[in-house]
Design a protein around this ligand. Structure first.
Ligand code: G3P
Length: 223
């Protein structure tokens, strides 16, 4: 199971890497636009992320027609050997996925909301499918049940496309995705930061150290 960071912010990416919790990065136009609003150009934002990330980085096209999608995809792919082109799950997106598969350019098919969309993206040759669980929860549906659906469909037909769970909002989404056997989970920085901690870990550690200090009057190590 791989952990990706869902961010275009280079400081967050560097921190996740320092923690040893960065297998890859996913971005989207909203996240990249946020970083560009701070004065950086598109190429600068993306090349910095590609350089800092020890794995795949998904970068999304902003076109919706086939020809322009393809030309943007080729430019994105030329930016680095770990670049993955993110294409929306539309009919044009599927055709572009097929064309990129022939050129051996990896595609992350995004904005997936059910098992059929995931199956179609996989059949077109996508390397990753990105179902958005949080956005389904937002409209009163159970986002995680879609992950279960996709996992079953991919197992039934021996599909090798990786399930990349996106739009994660909390640690419970993460645990459920792991139990379901998702291949990749992409996390916003605030959720990633919460994952290693537990209040009982902090409480237990503080009690152990206090007991030691009470017994010996100092924290000197006896070896
Ligand atoms: O990057 C795609 C996805 O993770 C976006 O999540 O929180 O905007 O629904 P969110």
């Amino acid at each position: 199971m791989k952990l990706f960071l869902d961010s275009a912010n280079i400081e967050e990416i560097k921190k996740a890497r320092e923690w040893g919790l960065l297998d890859g990065v996913t971005t989207n136009p909203s996240l990249v636009a946020k970083e560009m609003s701070k004065g950086k150009g598109f190429r600068e934002v993306i090349t910095e992320i590609l350089h800092e990330t020890p794995g795949p980085v998904s970068i999304e096209v902003i076109a919706t027609d086939y020809e322009t999608m393809l030309s943007q995809a080729l430019k994105i792919s030329s930016l680095g050997s770990n670049a993955v082109v993110k294409l929306p799950m539309t009919l044009n997106g599927l055709n572009a996925t097929r064309a990129l598969k022939e050129k051996r350019i990896p595609v992350n098919s995004t904005l997936i909301f059910n098992g059929i969309q995931a199956l179609f993206a996989a059949k077109a040759g996508a390397e990753f499918v990105s179902p958005f669980v949080g956005r389904l929860d937002d409209i009163g549906e159970d986002g995680m049940s879609v992950i279960e659906q996709i996992k079953t469909i991919f197992t039934n037909y021996d599909i090798k496309t990786k399930i990349l769970v996106a739009s994660i909002r909390n640690p419970l989404h993460v645990v459920r995705a792991m139990i379901m056997g998702a291949d990749v989970i992409t996390l916003p920085f605030d959720v990633l930061s919460k994952l290693p901690s537990h209040p009982k870990t902090d409480e237990g550690l503080s009690r152990f150290l206090k007991d030691w200090e009470n017994a010996f009057g100092s924290m000197e190590f006896p070896l």
